[in-house]
Design a protein around this ligand. Sequence first.
Ligand code: 4AD
Ligand code: MG
Length: 440
Amino acid sequence: MAPITTIEHLGQFEGQDVTLRGWLYNLRESGKLLFPIFRDGTGLVQGVMAKNAVAPEIFETVKGLTQESSVIVHGKVRADKRAPGGFELDLASVDVVQKVSEDTPYPISLKDHGVEFLMEHRHLWLRSPRQVAILRIRSEIERAMHDFFYSRDFTRTDPPILTPAACEGTSTLFPVDYFEEQAYLTQSGQLYIEATAMALGKVYSFGPTFRAEKSKTRRHLTEFWMIEPEVAYATLDDIMRLAEDFITFIVKRVLETRRHELSVIGRDVAPLEKIEAPFPRVSYDEAVKMLDEGFAKGELESKFEYGNDFGSPDETYISSKFDRPVMIHRYPSAVKAFYMEPDPEDLTKALCVDVLAPEGYGEVIGGSQRMGSYERLLERIKQHELPEDAFQWYLDLRKYGGVPHSGFGMGLERAVAWICKLDHVRETIPFPRMLNRMYP
Ligand code: 4AD
Ligand code: MG
């Protein structure tokens, strides 16, 4: 029996018979030759079958194969410089596992389809080489995240998904009927990992988070995955350094292990190769000056109103001035979440940071130093009209051995969109949940 392998490992079997298990991607015919292309999730490989080299029924079987029929393929690996992966397969035989009926052909052909059609067939669209490459990069980023935090002695702790209160503001909560009570899907694990940080020192969480935002932009999902470190005794400066090391680590890893996938999606890697710490640090006030100058030079359409949060065009403009991620710190407290520590130098500002990705991708990370004082936090909770009862436990963290602590959250999908240079976050997750989409 020939060894079973996968397309990405064919190189180890040059000159040998192998078995591949996958699907028919495409089939070309030229006279008495068949050139089926197979895929198996790790790549594409072209097979070659000559009419006079195999039994007639084997030839006819392959000749009759339909797109996406599942097949087990037997053949000999041959090096071929012109082949995309460097190898071809001289086919001996093909076992058909399930043939796609000619009456109901695979709906996604190799020609272009509109995005709405593809989204409606997302369960099948996932099989295309581009989508496979994106998901392999996403998976590598996930692995790199865990490696990064483990190598720095963080403990992963998992916060709840059902929560009694808001973390990032009440306007974007998904309500859930929790027996007799009202619950919400979590917007962030942060408040809970502040508690586990007080137990374990350095922690992180990674899980799904939900925002009932009515935003229909290329950056917003209603369900997305967030990685959040939280560190006891860390200041804003400490987590800014952590954030830049973290991003640098992830980008390097993808460049090391997923070059092939980056080339499949046509990603120019030159901008990624420039990602090195340190990242520029720009205060909110300095960023506003940049926007004012941009407006004066006619590079921006509207004048930025001091005190507001940055919108997408503002973020894009600021980040376009740098060739690596830029860290904007100390926004006005009024536009940020209730839990942020005020800047002792200017109490109207928060000790917070947004990391904007280059190439126009905007915010990928949001973080801050957390409010230390019990009284001030209680005041904020009241100001924001948050339910005091639901936050009693959170206030306790300031009553029993409170320490300065800080953390940040990175939306995985935003990071994948940037690293893959995609137009929209909808392609970064197998089944995106958006304002106007819950199917499939
Ligand atoms: O800036 P955000 O809202 O910060 C927090 O949730 C903090 N509690 C994190 C922390 O300090 N532990 O969200 C963090 C990141 C954003 O920078 C962005 O990358 C991503 O989460 N994000 C979204 N991604 C996709 N769709 C959305 N609707 C997102 N909202 C936030
Ligand atoms: Mg944010």
